[in-house]
Write a protein that binds this ligand. Structure first.
Ligand code: FES
Ligand SMILES: [Fe+2]
Length: 414
């Protein structure tokens, strides 16, 4: 039974007792978005930054954005990676514009304040003035004016950072169940980048998290999945959620391109469709167990994708309530054979902005946002599989979406 109490936001209401509904203002409201930045993105959550293999040598760096804050991810010593805010401590310049590179120090071009690779301020030109004139006040202490430095954990080849001192260690943040899901693929072997995609999607960032927590759509929207048996409602599958409800995983087993009662219900099943080059479906079993798909959402910033042999991290960078950038990093294991690297690269064509599968998701969540904006007093329904929030061993459910919003509401106080 839904409780009668309600939670209001700018005159809009979210019935507190009904986990099966999400008000549209959750995706459109500017104040809600600002609160998300503070409580979620800059709050006690680990955010995906990079793969460690992208910065192998001391002085290698990569820039990215966490929430809306630009950061530099830099190998500051053989055994240390630092993540510092890309904002000069002098006058706030986002001084590093390169996407990736190598450097001895971090230098702001405006007045050439220099920082070491850990973000300590080590150089202030004319600090003592010129000919005894000007200069910084005597009490200026460079030790108090370094770059803002984040907490960092490097976990089996992935660099994570958090703005908050209260975030638990990464393993506890995932919880033991999700630690097992994570280490199934990120097992400590060295990783190597195969390539990148980037796109902007004009939709709320949570819609991307929802999309990956939504097995219901996977066997309906995606012609490619359905037709070639990569992900279908009649395949053995499961949805798992962590104890907090914020993380989720969809697990599935690849089937064959076959006609049965389920495909009869699927308008998108095209039994007579053939691939001109079937090598994209040249799948090799490599992980323990029978599962061939594991799509993990690590709240709030990343999707860790294992779809047959394609391995990808998909980082979310929010840009206001109605848009986000999506950074795809396709990777392989450094000790893969050349054949396996090629196989993973081929399968990566299923994903990315123009992927045979993922193009559908980018389009459909943009269409969701278009529907919400003019009518944000109404609600989305997420009651497939009931109103319960619990792991399932079937696909026709929206339980992982419900669980994310239960957690989201706790954190947001809404
Ligand atoms: S703003 Fe960076 S040195 Fe002045
Ligand atoms: Fe999808």
């Amino acid at each position: 039974m839904a409780e009668t109490s309600a939670c209001a936001r700018n005159g809009r209401v979210w019935e507190t007792g009904d986990a099966g509904k999400v008000p549209y203002w959750v995706y459109t409201d500017q104040d809600v978005y600002q609160r998300e930045l503070q409580r979620i993105w800059y709050g006690p959550h680990w955010l995906y930054c990079a793969l460690e293999c992208e910065i192998p040598n001391v002085g290698d760096f990569k820039t990215t954005t966490l929430g809306e804050r630009p950061v530099i991810v830099v190998r500051s010593a053989e055994d240390e990676i630092s993540v510092v805010e890309n904002r000069c401590a002098h006058r706030g310049v986002k001084f590093c514009q390169a996407r990736q590179g190598h450097t001895k120090d971090l230098l702001c071009p405006y007045h050439q304040w220099a920082y070491d690779l850990k973000g300590n301020l080590v150089g202030v030109p004319f600090r003592r003035g010129v000919k005894r004139q000007g200069g910084m006040p005597r009490d200026f202490d460079p030790g108090n004016h370094g770059l803002n430095r984040l907490r960092v954990e490097v976990v089996n080849g992935v660099v994570w950072a958090t703005f908050s001192d209260e975030t638990p260690p990464f393993r506890a943040y995932l919880g033991e169940k999700f630690w097992a899901h994570y280490t199934r693929v990120y097992d400590g072997r060295k990783l190597e980048v195969l390539g990148y995609n980037r796109q902007h999607i004009p939709a709320n960032w949570k819609l991307m998290m929802e999309n990956i927590k939504d097995p219901y759509h996977a066997g309906l929207l995606h012609v490619f999945f359905v037709t070639f048996g990569l992900f279908r409602a009649d395949q053995k599958s499961a949805v798992d959620i962590d104890e907090t409800g914020r993380h989720g995983i969809l697990i599935s087993r690849k089937g064959e391109q076959e006609v049965n009662d389920v495909t009869a219900d699927l308008r998108n099943f095209q039994g007579d469709l053939k691939l001109a080059d079937p090598r994209i479906l040249d799948v090799v079993k490599e992980f323990p167990g029978e599962d061939t798909v594991g799509m993990i959402t690590v709240f709030p910033s990343v999707i860790l994708q294992q779809q047959v042999n394609s391995l990808t991290s998909r980082q979310i960078v929010p840009k206001g309530p109605a848009g986000f950038d999506f950074h795809w990093t396709h990777w392989c294991y450094a000790d893969d054979t050349p054949e396996m690297k090629l196989r993973r690269t081929r399968q990566a064509n299923l994903f990315g902005p123009a992927g045979f599968v993922s193009a559908d998701d980018g389009e459909i969540i943009e269409m969701s946002q278009q529907g919400f904006s003019p009518s944000d007093m109404e609600e989305a329904l997420v009651m497939m599989g009931g109103r319960e929030i619990a792991p399932t061993d079937y696909m026709v459910t929206e339980t992982a979406i419900r669980s994310m919003y239960r957690y989201w509401r706790e954190v947001m106080g809404l």
